[in-house]
Structures are given as structure tokens and as C-alpha cells.
Design a protein around this ligand. Sequence first.
Ligand code: GLU
Ligand code: MG
Length: 461
Amino acid sequence: MSFLGADPAEAEEFLARHPEVEAIDIVLMDPNGIGRGKVIRRHELPSLYRDGRHLPSSILGLDVTGEDVEETGLVWQVGDADQRAWPVPGTLVPMPWTDPPRAQVLLTLHGLDGSPSPHDPRAALARQQAALAARGLHPRAAFELEFYLLDPQPGPDGRPRPAACLLDGRRGGQIQAYGLEEADGMQPLFGAIYRAAAAQGLPLETLISEYAPGQFELTLHYRDDILRAADDLVMLKRLVRAVARRHGVEACFMAKPLAGQAGSGMHLHVSLADREGHNVFTETPDGPAGAIAPTLRHAIGGLLETLPDSMLLLAPHANSWRRFVARSYAPVTACWGVNTRDAALRVPAGPAKARRVEHRVAGVDANPYLVGTAILAGILHGLDTRADPGPPTQPGEEAPSCEPLPPDWRSAMAEADASQFLTAALGEPLHRSFLAIKRAELARWESTVTDLDYALYRHTV
Ligand code: GLU
Ligand code: MG
């Protein structure tokens, strides 16, 4: 075993097992959850595991367009200095859809002294995981991935539209929730997705045709290690996008790609295991039927209290905010409930030993490492303060204590900026650089004259 858990034997064994692999994508997830890196040749892989690989810190200071945000302090203030990236153990996998064959490995960024970069979102999640572990608690977690399959060519109105069925070119255009015909029509693509996921060791489970034409959901089996659950999600997203592209279809992970249709969420299911592996969210056996365990109540209370502070991580883009529409299965208030999808935080029905909270607020456009960071920090806050979530919302109504979510991106930015909770959760450097990136994106958004400006005003006012 060498530095930081990167074992050169992992690289050697992989290369021996995969003589066909010519090159490897080395992938660092930036604060927006966009994978960036290099494509190295096969002979360069062992040295990545032995010595790490220099990458500039400015990768963690880019906006969504890939442009430097100087205000992060990660660009010219530090001379765009190199830091050292190390592979994440266990994430070196083939990309079976590539020809000539390539592989990929996830990276984390470190200082030249080996300390984790305080700007790396994965390191922030690792810190929250460690804070819970120090209390003898271990999160089990799984993300859900909702997304659209779009036609790469615009529709007759010049706008994006759902992809035609791959089997026969049919265009349904109907919602067809849980539609098995719709899932079957995309079988050539989903077959390839499941084969690629198996080759990558991703615990991919259920496929659902979701609540909109062209919208699908894939679920992942939970992991005992939430870092691994987040790695699964980013790997699955890369895989789906790349395999869809090779089938002539565009996988779209915007939170709200089509006005008037459902948005796409990235729900996170979390429970906490104690040192013996028992789920501490399970009701005490002597409690009344339907009781909620005190730890789960406190966790939910903490998540609700910290939701306004965390919204910018859960809904990080201008488009994210279009998803929060009442009766669209996306939350509009900070409330919790048992077995009701009206709630931002849902306690799903099911066996007591699998009791968990489903956090339904994040859009699929969010960075899963930051989503996990906000949620673990919220749970910790709730446990430490013995937070009380108040009464659960009942199906069809909102509990009196329900607070509205922040109304928009700008308000969420202000809440995040002023939040001591979020500063502590992310660590001061990442809090500063993430907000600098978001402010730069907001400035771009607000200074752009859009097509809608022209459509509404050009010939009218
Ligand atoms: N698409 C909904 C969202 O944006 C969620 C639908 C569901 O409950 O699975 O969160
Ligand atoms: Mg869903």
C-alpha cells in the first residue's frame, strides 16, 4: 500500500486483467459535480498510483462553463499552482462503451504535503462522515438518478424534445408513469447501460419510466460507505451520458429541462448504523406501533432546521429552481412525513430494520458529494441539539410548522453566504470558493439578455 490508500497493485492487476485498455480518463469532480481531468496512456497509470499526478488547483475554481473564477482564490492568487491528485481506491474500472477501449478512475486533490485539498467536495463529505464515525455512527446511503432522454435534434419548434423510442422510432408524447412499453422501447440503450454498470461494479437496480415523456429513473443499491454511494452516482451519470450518446440519444441531467413537465430529482436515502451494524433509526421494539425512533426524529429535525442554509447545495443552478413546483412530486415546503411524497423528507414505508429518511430536495443537477455533506451535517446538527421536527405532514395537507423553501437562487445564495452552519459543514475554504463560483454564475445569468426578453418586449414595449 502506498500513499493515501492508492495501491500500485490495483493498477498492475487492472492492467493485467485488461490488456485491451489503451488509455485512462482520470477524473476529478469539480464543485459543480462536473468531471474534469486528463486522458492518460496505459503506461502512465502505475505512476499515478505510485506518485500521484500534478493537477492545478484552479480545476476546483471553475464555473459551470469551465471558466476560471478568480474570486475563488484558486487561480492567479496562487499562480495556478499544481497540487497532487491521487486515485480513489476501487474506482479504476473499464469503460466498455469506448473504442479503442479506455478505462477511468476517480481522483481526489491533495496539497503537495498530502493533506486533502480543502476545496475538494469529496473531502468535505469525508469529513462529515468522519464526524459521525467519531460518535460511533455510520451512514448507509443510496442515491436515485432521474433524467431525461432527449432527441439530440430539436423538435419542429426548435426546442429540445424527448427522444423517439429506439426500437421503432415511435414518439408517444404522453406521461405514461411507470410505463413498461416506454422502458421497453429504450431497451437497446438500457441493456447496454446495465451491461456497462456490471462491468464497472455499480450496484445498479431498478429502472422506472418516470412521470414525463422521455423521463426515466435508475436506482442504486445502498452502500455502507456514503463516499462510495456518491462515487456510484457520479460514475453512473458519466456512464448513462456516454452510452446514450453512442445510441444517438442525449441523456439530460438538468433539474427542469422541459417546462410543464416533471423535474428530475436526486433523492438520497440515508440511515445510520451503530458500531454493531444496527440501524439506529429503527423504532424501539417497545414503542407504540408506527412510532418514530428518537434518533430519527432528531435527525429529521436537524435536516429541516438546516434546509434553508443548505439549499444552494441541493439546488445549485438557476435552472434547479424551476423544479420546485407544487404537485409535481418535487418539494415546495420544508416538511416531513411518513409514507407521503408530498414531503421534502419522507420516511418510506417498509420493514423497521430498513427505516431511513429519503431526502427529496436535491435536483439531479446537484453535486452528490455536496448533497451528502449538507445532509450528514444536518443530521449531526439534529442529533447534537436533539432537534424536534414537529408533527409530520399528513398526505394532502401541509403541517402548520412547514416553512416555505427559499424562493429562488439568489435568496439561497444569501442564506448560504450568511450561514455559520454551512461554513462549518463545508469548511471555510470550500464555502468561500463555492460561493464565489455561484456568484460568478449569477452575474452571468443576470447580465444576459435572453430570447425571452426579445420574445416578450422586442415588438411590444
Ligand atoms: N421527479 C420528482 C422530483 O423532481 C420526484 C418523483 C418521485 O417521487 O420519484 O423530485
Ligand atoms: Mg422518481
